[in-house]
Design a protein around this ligand. Structure first.
Ligand SMILES: [Zn+2]
Length: 313
């Protein structure tokens, strides 16, 4: 550390001792304000898109959370069904807004909460913040499913913990807080691509042969800090964690998602095909992309949307 950096660090620690950190529901207010400011500048979908989304959902005989779909015997599933999933990623406030919008129209969905994002808690371990619990309580009370957006292998790489132990700990926290979690969806962390893993590989039921054998050592250096990271991956059965499914188990003929801030296929074409073929439509929507408070929209290139069904992410 240079002398100047040392002076700055001392000044910071003195300031932190003098000015107490103000928190709302366990999260520093400055962090909440900062995250909200950043998110407000990254909206890609607005009221017209919500209307288009409603147009596709209205064509379904039922719009259901992933757990409901997995629990229903194939013979009892409506032919024209939307299985609706949300990964909360960086925006838990917008997840609540989406949940309210859906409930007002009679739609139910799954919300997978990301245990490594800013709103979840301060620090790396311990129970979830009151901030996220209040949001999840509201979402669950509206009739939606709460699941875990699994980033366990990433946590294991960064902390030296075991992925199954990370999952067991997070599931325990959520269940003790009153959330009946039986499913997960794998988060696509920045490290996944760099290190060649999918967080679902924590389970024996979700191998990814293209990444390597199920049991292996994942190692490399952190692209940002250069620090050496390592995880000994030893998959466990989902049942050993009280889990019954991974969201990517949903078999789909049609898959529509707003990943990267644009639809993976034109929504009007998807809606028309869905209705004509009485299909199962798997819909993955990330609330972080959506403007619910009149925020300006980013330009997005509809021309770049592929027209064929993309495989699940
Ligand atoms: Zn994610």
């Amino acid at each position: 550390m240079t002398p100047e950096a040392r002076v700055r660090a001392v000044a910071r620690s003195v300031r932190n001792r003098i000015v107490p950190v103000r928190r709302t529901d366990g999260i520093p207010r400055t962090l909440i304000a900062d995250r909200r400011r950043v998110l407000a500048r990254r909206r890609a979908f607005g009221p017209a898109d919500l209307e288009a989304l409603d147009g596709i959902l209205r064509r379904a005989e039922a719009v259901v959370p992933v757990r409901d779909y997995m629990d229903l015997p194939a013979a009892q599933r409506s032919p024209r069904l939307v299985v609706l999933r949300h990964d909360t990623d960086s925006d838990i406030d917008n997840s609540v807004r989406f949940a309210e919008w859906e409930a007002g129209r009679g739609y139910r969905a799954s919300y997978y909460v990301l245990h490594t994002d800013w709103y979840y808690r301060e620090g790396l371990a311990g129970p979830p913040s009151r901030y996220v619990r209040r949001a999840l309580e509201r979402i669950q009370a509206l009739g939606h499913e709460i699941g875990l957006h699994n980033n366990a292998i990433t946590v294991a790489l960064r902390t030296g913990r075991d992925p199954a132990e990370v999952l067991r700990s997070e599931l325990g926290h959520l269940r003790r807080a009153g959330f009946e979690v039986t499913g997960t969806s794998a988060h696509g962390d920045a490290l996944c691509r760099a290190f060649g893993y999918n967080n679902g590989e924590a389970f024996v039921e979700a191998p990814r042969p293209q990444n390597g054998p199920p049991s292996r050592t994942i190692a490399g250096s952190d692209p940002v800090s250069g620090r050496a990271l390592r995880c000994d991956l030893r998959p466990v059965p989902m049942a050993s964690l009280g889990l019954t499914y991974e969201a990517n188990f949903v078999q789909n003929r049609y898959y529509v998602t707003d990943s990267h801030g644009r639809w993976n296929r034109p929504l009007d074409v998807a809606a028309e095909q869905f209705e004509r073929h009485d299909a199962l439509l798997k819909l993955l929507v990330h609330p972080a992309w959506w403007a619910f408070a009149g925020e300006p929209l980013l330009a997005r290139s509809a021309a770049s949307a592929p027209s064929v069904d993309a495989p699940p992410a």
